[in-house]
Design a protein around this ligand. Structure first.
Ligand code: FES
Length: 107
């Protein structure tokens, strides 16, 4: 189990908003949406598109490359052409500090 890593200040990321970050050598997208923070891998499971560059639609992020949608809360692949979920990571907020704990690949 990896450690909690402080990655951002909550007040720096509006709702809705997002930021692409490198956390322990993993590129992730930290998303602020629907009053909560979520974190998923930055890499689209379809063909490696940079999810952090895609637009948000509520709690969904849209891959800028071919338009697949993922639920940022769970990483679930919602629409074609993606069929494999993207890895989601744990997030907690303490005061103004946002922490991420990376999950292993496979979820
Ligand atoms: S790379 Fe993301 S939908 Fe194709």
């Amino acid at each position: 189990m990896s450690d909690w890593i402080k990655v951002a200040r909550a007040s720096d990321i509006p709702d809705p908003g997002k930021e692409t970050l490198e956390v322990a050598d993993t590129m992730v997208v930290l998303v602020h949406a629907g009053g909560a923070f979520h974190c998923i891998d930055d890499v689209c499971t379809h063909d490696g598109g940079p999810l952090g560059d895609g637009p948000l639609d509520g709690c969904q992020i849209i891959c800028p490359r071919h338009g697949a949608r993922f639920d940022v809360r769970t990483g679930k692949a919602l629409t074609m052409p993606a069929t494999v979920n993207v890895q989601a990571h744990e997030v907690k907020v303490e005061g103004d500090d946002v922490f991420v704990r990376l999950n292993e690949n496979g979820g």
